[in-house]
Design a binder for this molecule. Structure first.
Ligand SMILES: [Zn+2]
Length: 530
């Protein structure tokens, strides 16, 4: 099957081209006048390599699209109202899962809801509502009761049941306490996993995404996830490439999993394992990111260390044995410093497996230099600026804030960096994320000159970090991430040219047509019929 995209403005490493010819899944030529079986008229629009989100949760997006969404809540009253409405619209659900509230957006004060608030939504079905960050949640009395959490329950390892003045759990849960209560819900079925993947793939391909490094796979769901995705891959129904940043925190289970799967025939260039992903700390919003010095706005805490270094090292060495890198969730400077130390022990010189640091938010110049020296790859989420710029100085003080989210400095020091969104923590929209990297503004355009404007990157750098550099992170840059002969035909036709529009307008650019592996996965304007 031959396809030509004509009348286009195609950005390639060898300059701008007008047409591209694709044979099956690969690019075979540019401006070659080839008469193909199928023609797509781009109507003069811009074509760039397909967006590759280098850290997100694809299954989480599918879940997000099916549960109670609380991103719009601007008060506890909003949460109660949206919760009641959801129950009316979904009478068959025997338990209510919600996500996305953030008390810092509440217009009547940053107060976290408690079980008493949730009991006003419903008392006879369990309710769990997780904060946008995923590290804090609140549940109603029914859920606490079903989980057997009482005044006498000790806090689980690595988590907290927050209590009222009388020592009674008030429904607010931190870190592992959240998982502890969620255990009351039955495991989701393979059918439900497939349904969620399908809606998530439709959602992200409409945004111009053609590949994701997804942190979806855990010990509990690995069999079902691999079964669903390899089936969709074999039947040609995968709309995005899925590379697994898989999480295992038990050495024996990890060894068994990798022995069985690492070199199995299950995988392809569209679906495979890419890295072991571990969590070293929590989030900045919840003050659970692990800091070297106490929080500026809460001197009683340094955050939470969620994984001892020795354990990280042991797990990382098992992954290495199977040729897989370790990538770690690190937000606070304490987590970053300790993890660099662990990776220095695990990695071979030059970091050939491309181990890396995900988020990498709170940094000083010395940590940025060390990251580059150890040749660690950095997985940034520029869209985090949208929210974090408003709390950063409060949390860590002015001095450290000035050297954090250092997208440009980290590149200039020589580290490779790739971009993503951590969706569903943030929207997976690549254009909004690119806008944040290029303008250093929130989505409302604040501040007018950009937050720490010296860290702005160029459009070319940002696009490279969303395509080529994401492919580099998984050692596929020889065949993925650039519009070049011999590369996979993963591309997106955009409504406007990000190099030409005002930087403030980059966030408004839309995907018109998305192609993954030579197949059209999204076609907004019916360009394919043209
Ligand atoms: Zn994540």
């Amino acid at each position: 099957m031959f396809t030509t995209i004509k009348n286009a403005k195609i950005y390639t490493p060898r300059g701008i081209k007008r047409s591209v010819t694709i044979k099956d899944d690969k690019i075979i030529g540019f401006d070659d006048g080839f008469k193909a079986d199928r023609e797509i008229d781009a109507q003069g629009k811009t074509v760039v390599a397909g967006f590759h989100d280098s850290h997100m949760h694809l299954l989480g997006i599918g879940r997000m699209l099916s549960i109670l969404r609380l991103q719009e809540a601007r008060s506890i009253e909003d949460i109660v109202r949206l919760g009641r409405q959801y129950i009316l619209n979904n009478p068959d659900k025997d338990h209510i899962i919600g996500r996305g509230w953030n008390q810092d957006y509440f217009t009547d004060g940053p107060v976290i809801p408690t079980k008493d608030d949730l009991d006003r939504i419903c008392k006879d079905k369990p309710i769990v509502l997780t904060r946008a960050c995923g590290h804090i949640g609140v549940v109603n009395s029914k859920a606490l009761k079903m989980a057997g959490v009482t005044k006498d329950s000790p806090d689980p390892d690595g988590g907290v049941f927050v209590r009222d003045g009388a020592g009674e759990p008030n429904g607010i849960l931190h870190e592992t306490a959240l998982g502890y209560v969620q255990n009351i819900f039955p495991d989701i079925s393979e059918k439900e996993i497939e349904r969620r993947y399908r809606i998530a793939m439709d959602y992200v391909s409409a945004l111009g995404i053609t590949a994701v490094q997804a942190n979806d796979l855990y010990q509990d769901n690995q069999e079902k996830v691999l079964s669903v995705l390899s089936r969709l891959d074999k039947s040609g129904e995968l709309k995005v490439r899925v590379f697994h940043q898989f999480t295992f925190e038990d050495e024996q289970a990890l060894e068994v999993f990798l022995k069985e799967n690492a070199n199995s025939g299950l995988f392809s260039d569209r679906h495979r394992l890419s890295a072991l992903k571990l969590y070293k700390d929590g989030s900045l919003g919840a003050r659970t990111a692990l800091m070297r010095k106490p929080y500026h706005d809460d001197p009683a805490t340094l955050g939470v260390d969620t994984l001892p270094n020795e354990k990280m090292k042991a797990l990382g060495l098992i992954a290495k044995k199977y040729g897989l890198p370790l990538v770690a969730h690190v937000i606070g400077d304490g987590a970053i410093e300790q993890t660099i130390g662990v990776l220095a022990v695990i990695n071979d010189a030059g970091n050939p497996l491309r181990s890396g640091l995900i988020h990498h938010q709170i940094t000083d110049l010395e940590l940025l230099k060390k990251t580059a020296q150890h040749r660690l790859h950095v997985f940034y989420q520029p869209i985090f600026l949208h929210y974090d710029m408003h709390i950063l100085e409060d949390r860590v003080g002015g001095e450290l804030a000035a050297t954090s989210y250092a997208f440009k400095t980290q590149m200039e020091l020589g580290a490779t960096t790739s971009y993503g969104t951590d969706a569903p923590i943030e929207e997976p929209n690549p254009l909004e994320c690119l806008y944040c990297a290029v303008t250093r503004k929130d989505l409302k355009g604040y501040p007018p000159k950009g937050f720490m404007p010296s860290e702005k990157v160029t459009v070319a750098q940002a696009l490279r970090n969303y395509t080529e550099s994401s492919a580099y992170a998984i050692r596929m840059e020889d065949r993925l991430g650039r519009l070049e002969i011999g590369h996979y035909a993963d591309l997106v036709i955009l409504s406007d040219d990000p190099y030409e529009v005002e930087p403030d307008k980059i966030k408004d650019i839309k995907a018109m047509l998305t192609m993954m592996n030579g197949k059209v996965t999204f076609d907004k304007a019916g360009l394919m019929e043209a």
